[in-house]
Design a protein around this ligand. Structure first.
Ligand code: ATP
Ligand code: MG
Length: 466
């Protein structure tokens, strides 16, 4: 399969020759490994955890591979659930930590369960026992539950650096595919024929970008070469799965770098085609800058253990597309809030066919964007209502980003920055003491204002912002 390594015979790196210490492994993962071992099964820590431990990075999660069948794993652990139909896995629960236990498989890796797949968490019943494999005419693996040995399991993994096995028996690392050297060289190399591996599962292209960004790895040239050519295969991936991958790409602390890589390899336009189109149109090009700055600050927040939300991310990703849609649909020169919302709905609807954004994020995203024109209104007691809107904070942060790229009035932003610091008394004074406040700045809240504004604006030039 890969002539640079010998299948079936691993290089075994003894404990004395690698730095992985049990102290760095999750206590729960160790419990699972030891219990499997004591029951007479093989048990290995696998995947990203081994790679990260070798790099001295704290792993995000700890995955276990074993020759015990899912049912046998379930019998060993009280706190265990079997999940997935297309890719059967055991989840051992310890409070909020889940140790994923996969039985060795005898094939190239399938698509993992979709994020929003309603069946994903349903325990499989005997009636739907899916002990087989399904491959579609394009070569994509749809289902894979053919179990095998560790020697077979290794070839279904994506990158050699992700295919190292830490053996609980003697704490050695088993390396079938040259992953140990790859980790040392910080190299990302697909196992097997790259073209075929991307066709089997096009998400591997996204995973390549994510790992390169997160780990600061470079691509092995044969792994890199087919990506631009095969990028359009992403169009055939279920949107729910791409939603999952999108969050991993942008909300794992390396979003800015992931974005740059997705652009460089022509993958981003297959995830967010409307955004990509807006970014290259001069009146909306600044929205890409907003995205880049926004991703950078998101990365910083994650680095500082602060909360981040997909709502804000999708607002950043889709703002340019929404503005473009709004201006193209709007025959008259002055779009209003209703038109902004319409545009938002059209963009979201089209976007769902690529990356499915669940309502729990798209609804607040819509609100966040809708509040943008409302910032312009700074007179009358009602304008203060904005401060109590559940989306105020996010919308305000978004406004600050617009200011940063020169797409919103800094005076407006400064006003909202200050008003938050004032006691209610003074807030009221501010909004009442502004009789001369240009009502044209309102996002079209009243029809008389809208009329005035329409007259005032030159037709034909799309406004850069609402
Ligand atoms: P991290 O958890 O840091 O994001 P990881 O490498 O652990 O990275 P997971 O998505 O947790 O990635 O998957 C665990 C392991 O399962 C991977 O290391 C890889 O060996 C295998 N794997 C996951 N997804 C695929 C895939 N689409 N194709 C092939 N192998 C995969
Ligand atoms: Mg992992």
């Amino acid at each position: 399969m890969n002539e640079s390594s010998t299948p079936h015979i691993p290089t075994i790196i003894p404990r004395s020759e690698h730095p992985i210490s049990r102290a760095a492994i999750s206590a729960n993962a160790l419990k699972v490994l030891y219990r499997l071992k004591e029951a007479g099964y093989q048990a290995f820590l696998v995947g990203g955890a081994v790679r990260d431990l070798l790099l001295g990075v704290r792993p995000k999660d700890f995955d276990v591979a074993t020759n015990a069948l899912p049912e046998e794993v379930r019998r060993l652990f009280r706190n265990c659930r079997l999940i997935g139909r297309r890719f059967r896995l055991a989840h051992v629960h310890f409070g909020s930590e889940i140790i994923e236990v996969a039985t060795f498989r005898a094939a190239a890796a399938p698509e993992r369960e979709d994020a929003e797949d309603p069946d994903a968490d349903a325990p499989a019943t005997a009636a739907e026992e899916p002990e087989d494999r399904a491959i579609d005419p394009r070569g994509r693996i749809l289902r894979d539950n053919v179990y095998g040995t560790i020697e077979e399991d290794v070839w279904r993994r994506d990158f050699a650096a992700n295919a190292l096995y830490y053996n609980i028996e003697d704490f050695s690392v088993w390396d079938f595919a040259g992953g140990f050297a790859d980790v040392a060289a910080r190299r990302l190399r697909l196992i097997g024929d790259p073209d075929a591996r991307y066709r089997e599962d096009p998400v591997r292209m996204l995973r390549a970008m994510r790992f390169a960004a997160k780990l600061d790895f470079t691509f092995d040239p044969p792994t890199e070469a087919p990506v631009a050519r095969l990028a359009s295969l992403l169009d055939g991936v279920p949107p729910a799965r791409l939603f999952d991958e999108t969050l991993k790409l942008f909300l794992s602390g390396y979003g800015a770098k992931s974005y740059a890589l997705l652009r460089r390899y022509g993958l981003f336009e297959h995830l967010f085609p409307l955004a990509a189109a807006a970014f290259v149109q001069p009146p909306y090009a600044y929205s890409e800058q907003m995205l880049e700055i926004g991703l950078q600050s998101t990365d910083e927040r994650i680095g500082a253990d602060k909360a981040v939300t997909p709502t804000f991310l999708f607002a950043l990703l889709l703002w340019g597309a929404v503005l473009r849609e709004m201006n193209e649909r709007n025959a008259g020169p002055a779009p209003d809030v209703a038109q902004l919302l319409d545009a938002c709905d059209v963009v979201l609807k089209k976007q769902q066919s690529r990356v499915a954004i669940p309502r729990r994020f798209s609804v607040p995203m819509r609100e966040l964007l809708m509040l943008q024109p409302r910032f312009n209104r700074r007179s009358g007691v009602k304008s203060l209502g904005l401060l109590h809107h559940p989306r105020f904070r996010a919308a305000y942060d978004f406004l600050m980003l617009r200011v940063q790229v020169g797409a919103a009035d800094p005076d407006v932003a400064a006003w909202w920055t200050e008003i938050q610091t004032l006691p209610q008394e003074e807030r009221l004074q501010r909004v009442q003491a502004r009789p001369g406040q240009a009502p044209a700045a309102d996002g079209g809240a009243s029809s008389s204002r809208r009329r005035r504004r329409r007259r005032g604006r030159r037709s034909g030039t799309p406004p850069a912002a609402p």
